[in-house]
Design a protein around this ligand. Structure first.
Ligand code: PLP
Ligand code: COI
Length: 339
């Protein structure tokens, strides 16, 4: 792949060599299959097309200085996909099968794993959806699980750089007892109008508050929120946000660094007390927040006046990346090295 401009990759789709597929029918998952086609043949009454029976995951593989390929916490993604399947009544894929499929997808597309120096990575996109026909609102009896991979650069423009976020009180992403805790396609459909509006206004993403009271912080677009103050890492506890694997990792890394960690409800006004703030996720890694504008309230919370990321954000970012790329020992056992 000599001709790819690895250092300037966007976060987007690029065709790779193979995808991995597995079907569920007659109550059982079949064998993993390898495909070179980017297309599917689907029944027009499939539940994924009508009733949103679809869930996905996102994880990454990194090429180290030593040339080895490391995959970050794939067991966590496997478990979260199972939770999403339970949440919208889809057949659950066994953890071992998920992991086997991830390894196979990366191995077969090894030439697309970006070189160490580029700072890019291979994004792995597993997804699972209902394929059998229903007209009544009922779960499917057949499912398809697929993994494709694609090399990616930073999710937010400019990579590790502060950007602004917007609270848009006229939109909700997910309900307190709804599907926000699952990684299902419908949540992202529900976020498109607000997301587009935020982009048009020059913001990176929408900063969501809890839908019921609009008093507490939920999350930032497709990433979790954390705030830093007085050597403490504070992140929301909420029934309407996705349990981020990156956030879970950062909480441990913060503790390793001697910080206190608090996972609790965060009133929106508390934003004014944080010294630093960030959005975190697989795609976002850590995206330090420059400021959050509460548009309808005509209020701004500023975390960086010179546009530079805060020192703790930077420290956490470097630590996480060092583990992912194999520059530092993987003392929590988060990384699977591809044989
Ligand atoms: N929140 C939402 C809504 C997301 O889509 C994502 C991305 O996966 C995250 C948070 C971050 O989760 P993770 O760190 O597991 O990628
Ligand atoms: C991720 O961080 O993996 C995401 O899912 C973000 C997004 C592209 C939906």
């Amino acid at each position: 792949m000599e001709d790819l401009d690895w250092s300037n990759l966007a976060f987007g789709y690029m065709k790779t060599d193979y995808n991995i597929r597995c079907t569920f029918s007659n109550g059982a998952w079949g064998e993993l299959e390898t495909s070179t086609s980017e297309h599917l043949s689907l029944h027009m009454a499939s539940t994924c097309l009508h009733y949103g029976q679809e869930a996905f995951e996102g994880l990454k593989a990194f090429r180290g200085k030593d040339g080895k390929i490391r995959i970050f916490r794939m067991d966590e993604n496997a478990k979260r996909l199972q939770a999403s399947c339970d949440g919208i009544m889809m057949a659950k894929l066994p953890i071992e099968k998920f992991e086997e499929a991830v390894l196979k997808a990366v191995k077969l597309n090894e030439r697309f794993v970006p070189p160490y120096e580029s700072g890019a990575s291979l994004y792995i996109r597993p997804f699972l959806f209902g394929t059998s026909a229903q007209v009544g609102v009922k779960p499917a009896t057949e499912y398809l699980f697929i993994i494709f991979v694609t090399p990616v650069g930073p999710y937010f423009k400019g990579g590790f750089q502060t950007t602004p976020f917007a609270i848009m009180r006229q939109f909700d992403r997910s309900a307190p007892l709804g599907t926000g805790i699952y990684k299902v396609g419908g949540n992202y459909a529900a976020s498109l109008v607000a997301g587009q509006k935020a982009h048009d206004m020059g913001y990176s993403a929408v900063f969501y508050l809890d839908a019921k009271e609009k008093k507490y912080i939920d999350e930032c677009g497709a990433a979790n929120f954390f705030g830093i103050k007085d050597n403490t890492y504070v992140t929301p506890k909420s029934t309407s946000i996705l349990p981020s694997i990156t956030n879970k990792s950062l909480m441990l890394l913060a503790e390793d660094m001697g910080m206190k960690v608090e996972r609790r409800t965060i009133p929106v006004e508390e934003l004014s007390t944080f010294q630093e703030a960030g959005a975190c996720g697989t795609a976002a890694v850590i995206s330090p927040i420059q400021r959050i504008d509460d548009i309808d309230e005509n209020k701004s919370y500023v975390f960086s006046t010179d546009g530079k990321p805060g020192v703790i954000c930077e420290k956490l970012y470097k630590k996480l990346r060092a583990i992912q790329y194999g520059d530092e020992p993987d003392k929590h056992g988060w990384v699977t090295i591809l044989e």
